[in-house]
Design a binder for this molecule. Structure first.
Ligand code: F3S
Length: 387
């Protein structure tokens, strides 16, 4: 793998042990995946931020690093809202360990915004190369923005953040971004809500696995694309999808639509994902809510009180910019938390059945929270919470 003179100096330890270690991680990844060189990145998003995930040894390793990130970098959601962990019922010992992890990342210059929607809190542009780790953020960046990132692991994303570069392979290369399976829906007009797109993604992900699907005949707005991609990344391993004439690369005049096979998904298969089981909590914001989704929820909850715990998750930056909507939501008794989410927070582990409006959460809640999951539209979540 070709290294520039500066990169060779890093590799030889001339910029210290941490830089050497980080460069070695990137070179190791590059060799495994056949990268010919490293390329500069515009930003990074680092996973492995929850103490639950990295544990004592991961924390010690982080604390030993002596470096500063070279590009704007944020963290994946952690196990608690940093300013409201007591109210979430998080044990103090967990909160202290979690804060130690966050502080270790902060010392490296990482912005302490813990979110799977980094694209709401900083500009991400078409064609930019990134090193993002969280699967829903990756699929959104590639598909909806047209930026380019592989599904990075925690160490790879951190190394890329510190070096400011990533190995040039996989989805960084245009030739690897073409669709290789077509998906149609028998009744696209029936898809109206993010939850319905999430349920479609839940079904589609199992069919496409790690291939690059090209959807035709649907016209989802950005928030629905977010739900679709997040679910496919969870039930499959989708890191990029196209929607014909909607997503940026599928609008290029040179876009190649030839796919070896096309699968039709029936809306009755999508509807089967919905159920009406009794739940004891509701959680929305997987992925973290957009400003428009916060507004919509505020409108749905206006003048109502929730009778069940109602968790809402969004990025700190989005919460800060949308104080009125957040206040309106909280007036109902629902709670809007930053930094964390339904899947990574131990606060949700105490419930037996959780209602979500996300295909990704539907896939992960049973294993990660040990609860039965039910998916419903945002309207249905509000109706169940307020009846
Ligand atoms: Fe984000 Fe957590 Fe869902 S990281 S995509 S809210 S599982």
């Amino acid at each position: 793998m070709y290294l520039e003179p500066e990169e060779e100096k890093m590799q030889n330890g001339e910029y210290g042990e941490t830089m050497q270690q980080m460069l070695e991680i990137l070179v190791g990844l590059g060799k495994v995946f056949g990268a010919e060189k490293l390329i500069p990145i515009a930003s990074a998003q680092v996973s492995g931020a929850s103490y639950k995930t990295i544990g004592k040894w991961g924390l010690e390793w982080l604390q030993g690093l002596d470096a500063h990130v070279a590009v704007p970098t944020v963290l994946n959601p952690i196990g608690m809202a940093r300013d409201r962990w007591k109210e979430m019922g998080i044990p103090e010992v967990f909160a202290q360990q979690q804060e130690a992890v966050v502080a270790a990342y902060g010392r490296l210059g990482i912005k302490l915004e813990c979110t799977c929607t980094p694209y709401y809190v900083s500009q991400t542009q078409y064609g930019e190369h990134l090193a993002w780790a969280e699967s829903s953020a990756v699929v959104y960046a590639n598909s909806v923005i047209g930026a380019r990132t592989n599904r990075e692991g925690g160490p790879g994303a951190l190394a890329a953040a510190i070096v400011g570069k990533t190995p040039y392979y996989g989805l960084h290369l245009f030739k690897n971004r073409l669709p290789n399976i077509g998906i149609t829906v028998d009744d696209p007009a029936a898809l109206k809500d993010a939850a319905e797109y999430g349920a479609l993604g839940y079904v589609a992900g199992k069919i496409v696995g790690n291939r690059i699907p090209l959807f035709s005949g649907i016209r989802p707005p950005r928030d629905h694309l977010k739900a679709l991609g997040a679910a496919m990344a969870a039930t499959g391993a989708v890191a990029l999808f196209h929607v014909d004439r909607i997503t940026p690369e599928a609008r290029l005049p040179t876009f190649k639509r030839d796919v070896p096979e096309t699968v039709e998904i029936r809306m009755d298969e999508v509807q089967e994902v919905f159920s009406s089981i009794e739940v004891d909590a509701i959680a929305v914001g997987c992925p973290h809510l957009s400003p428009a989704e916060l507004d919509n929820l505020a409108g749905l909850l206006a003048g109502k009180k929730v009778n069940k715990p109602f968790f809402v998750f969004a990025a700190q930056g989005v919460i800060a910019e949308n104080r009125d909507a957040v206040a309106a939501i909280e007036k109902s008794g629902a709670r809007v938390y930053a930094d964390t989410c339904v899947v990574v927070s131990p606060a949700l582990d105490r419930y037996d059945a959780i209602m979500v409006n996300s295909g990704k959460a539907l896939a992960y809640v049973p294993t990660m929270c040990g609860a039965v999951a039910r998916i419903g539209t945002m309207e249905e979540c509000v109706a169940v919470a307020t009846m």
